[in-house]
Design a protein around this ligand. Sequence first.
Ligand SMILES: O=C(O)CCC(=O)C(=O)O
Length: 274
Amino acid sequence: MKNTHKPIALTADQLFCYEDRGYMIVRNLFSSEEVEGLRNRFDEIGVAGTPIPGYWEPDLHGNGASDPLKRYPRVMMPHRYDELSMRTLLDSRIRLLLRVLLGEEPIAAQSMFYFKPPGARGQALHQDNFYLEVKPGTCVAAWLAIDPSLPENGGLSVVPGTHKMSIVCPEMAEDSESFTSHLVRPPDGVKPIPVNLRPGDVLFFNGSVIHGSAPNRTKDLWRRSFICHYMPKGTTQVSRWYFPLLDFDGNVVEYPISQGGGPCGEGFEPAVLS
Ligand SMILES: O=C(O)CCC(=O)C(=O)O
């Protein structure tokens, strides 16, 4: 992809945070104009309400009051049909930062856009690599804030240090709080902490980090975000649900499908996509 940006120097604190706690924030990685472009693009999709079969299927007939996510579900894999989303997934700043974090070239697996309107449920604590099944290492997320992301509007929380854990088999989440059904409880002695982000900030986190979000309890603050998942080029297996995988020049790259089942054993098919 032909978007080239100046190299970004990470501070020792950022690198330490990623190594020690499994996540790192890069403030203002995207400009306010870029964020506005993404917000406008997805607002157009959201307001028009035209379904994108298999990727975004809003319920236009309910009143949305009991579950705002019926009208505004997350948009899956927008890079497959939206040019701005493809450019964002393959952004050269993200590429350079991921090279530092991974120590090798990254490969793009997934994009998503969350509207998370007022009243929307959250997403229970989970580990992304349970779904991506990247082996032998793990995946990495780049979570771009489009709106301020705060505890009150259902901002993301992470459990520091859990990138050192294995991937565990989830239990059932509380469906009044979470639109997804899997829950991974943090180990004794560690708790989720909120990551407060401003529009344009990007949170990078390791695919084993336990993370999630609470409902948006505000009356009027949306919490939109553009979320991407990547894996190291040297990956030897990955879940087939993320095919086709792309390099940062936009070429499709082939990888073997993950084998052997995950932590829930053989035959367990994780609910598709993180
Ligand atoms: O943004 C959220 O509320 C949750 C996103 C998330 O957990 C993920 O993309 O894996």
